[in-house]
Design a protein around this ligand. Structure first.
Ligand code: NAP
Ligand code: G3H
Length: 493
């Protein structure tokens, strides 16, 4: 099934329905973050090849856009079935390539199967509407708008390393269901898993040229791709830094961006502390905190803080650390640079007087789960996104202070509130400047048909299956202006 995507462990790219090598002869070695072993090599594509890919996507767009939506859905359903059949092989590659623990890697792939199926069904339900002019002064019932949804053209999908299968498919499948063609730039570390996904879509019977891939380092080829004149929409997930850069260098290209986060868990005095601590630990430490929606700070009322900190520390002490192919939660970070960054935040917190409850142990890029109590707003860890296994706990005097600190963040992805008072929960939820508030649960993206969005530096636009299809299509209105009938035929009595 996957034989043609590589030669001698050098992965190729999907172009016009074929797996092709780059003329650059420039390869990027993908080493496993687990043990530095080579997983494979990918190709650094040239600007000229990018031009060919984007042109091919443009010229293939019409064939796909014209296909009945039911036929598009059949192909997308087939992709889900092929992905499911090959889920174990792809989960294994994922674990090797990004050191995601094997259980989470399997669930990433299976969740993606569900996502693709739901998208195929939802795409068939997206309908236009008919509007009548007389709702507006000066217009009559004779003016009718037939509003349909049209694809935007070529969607550039750029995904991050932490979900190379799921966050790629969550762009590709809705873009395709909306009738677009897709140019897909996967994360460099994660490219191999992502190329397997591209093969799955190809094997499902997508017409040639409708989905094409570009590999190469974002820092080298990224700007060339995003500034390409034939790209009609950019759907980007990644860091706020790169997201901001894309906004700065592109002109009048619609973009959807899912970016960084600093999700807070606010714990009130009447919360079920066991439940809160359990959720907080899962939310903060799964995949070693390398999730945009990871809980990245706790804001707890002073008089329950001792108790909550003790329970959190106890749960964290039970987390298993080690090789992602074993049954563990904490695995090596994506690279040493990421581990150095997290270590810098830890060192700063210690230097500024935070109380280390557990952790601050490191073996290369493997960081043990770390919890700090008595974190203050003068510490970097109070504000910066670690993308690693470290959790700061900030004690607050009252709810107002919790909301103030939560909202002072540059980010606005999600927040959690733990309380048994639903009135308080709703009141606080309304005040929080985030895309989603979770009541009595960890922050998380799913289920995938819910809207998923960030405000402030956490993003723009909304994803989630129906929202994504809508975001990657546009309304088209055909307005009919009926003539007045002098003979009054058909006049309502
Ligand atoms: P990243 O460094 O921003 O990279 C994301 C993607 O952008 C990669 O494919 C990268 O390619 C590419 N890229 C880099 N520079 C580019 C440029 N100039 N033009 C075009 N593309 C460029 O992020 P990451 O380290 O992979 O992921 C971690 C970050 O993503 C965290 O901040 C996390 O919070 C955020 N994230 C957000 C969400 C969300 O839904 N809100 C979900 C997941 C992750 P290379 O890999 O080749 O550099
Ligand atoms: O990393 C960002 C993802 O969108 C998070 O998804 O909450 O399902 O882990 P998740």
């Amino acid at each position: 099934m996957f034989e043609d995507i590589k030669d001698n462990n050098i992965y190729k790219n999907l172009y016009d329905g074929q797996w092709v090598s780059s003329a650059s002869n420039n390869f990027i070695t993908i080493n496993s973050p687990i043990n530095e072993e080579e997983v494979g090599k990918i190709q650094a594509m040239t600007g000229e090849e990018v031009d060919k890919v984007v042109s091919k996507a443009q010229s293939s767009f019409g064939i796909w856009a014209d296909k009945p939506v039911s036929e598009r859905a059949d192909i997308i359903h087939k992709a889900a079935a092929i992905l499911e059949e090959n889920s174990e092989e792809i989960a294994n590659i994922l674990t090797k390539e990004i050191a995601k623990d094997i259980k989470s890697a399997r669930s990433e792939v299976i969740r993606t199967v569900d996502f693709i199926r739901f998208t195929a069904d939802e795409g068939k339900r997206i309908q236009g509407e008919t509007l009548q002019g007389d709702g507006f002064h000066g217009f009559s019932k004779n003016k009718l708008a037939f509003v349909t949804r049209e694809p935007v053209g070529v969607v550039l999908a750029i995904s991050p390393f932490n979900y190379p299968v799921n966050l790629s498919a969550s762009k590709i499948a809705p873009a395709l269901m909306a009738g677009n063609s897709v140019v897909f730039k996967p994360p460099t570390q994660g490219s191999i898993s992502a190329l397997y996904l591209a093969k799955v879509f190809q094997a499902a019977g997508l017409p040639s040229g409708v989905l094409n891939t570009i590999t190469g380092k974002g820092s080298e080829i990224g700007d060339y791709i995003i500034k390409h004149k034939e790209i009609d929409l950019i759907n980007f997930t990644g860091s706020s830094e790169v997201g901001r850069h894309i906004s700065e260098v592109t002109t009048m290209v619609p973009s959807i961006m899912e970016l960084g986060g600093k999700d807070a868990a606010i714990v009130l005095e009447d919360a079920d502390l066991e439940h809160a601590a359990n959720n907080i630990v899962k939310g903060a430490f799964s995949y070693s905190g390398q999730r945009c929606t990871a809980l990245k700070r706790v804001l707890v009322l002073e008089n329950i803080a001792d108790q909550l900190v003790d329970i959190i520390t106890e749960y964290v002490s039970q987390l298993k650390v080690g090789n992602p192919f074993d049954d563990v939660t904490i695995t090596p970070l994506i690279n040493n640079k990421a581990a150095d960054f997290v270590q810098g935040l830890i060192d700063d917190a210690i230097e500024k007087g935070a109380t280390l409850k557990i952790g601050n142990k490191r073996e290369g890029n493997l960081l043990y789960p770390t919890v700090f109590d008595n974190v203050t707003t003068h510490m970097r860890i109070a504000w910066e996104e670690p993308f690693g296994p470290v959790l700061p706990i900030i004690r607050v005097k009252n709810i107002d202070e919790a909301v103030e600190i939560a909202n002072a963040s540059e980010y606005g992805l999600q927040s959690s509130i733990f309380t048994n008072d639903i009135d308080d929960a709703f009141h606080i939820a309304r005040l929080l400047e985030v895309g989603t508030v979770q009541i009595n649960n960890k922050t998380e993206r799913g289920p995938d048909h819910f809207p998923f969005l960030g405000v402030k530096s956490s993003g723009m636009g909304t994803q989630g299956i129906r929202y994504s299809i809508e975001a990657m299509s546009r309304p088209k209105a055909i307005v009919v202006n009926l003539r007045e009938r002098s003979d009054k035929v058909g006049q309502v009595k």
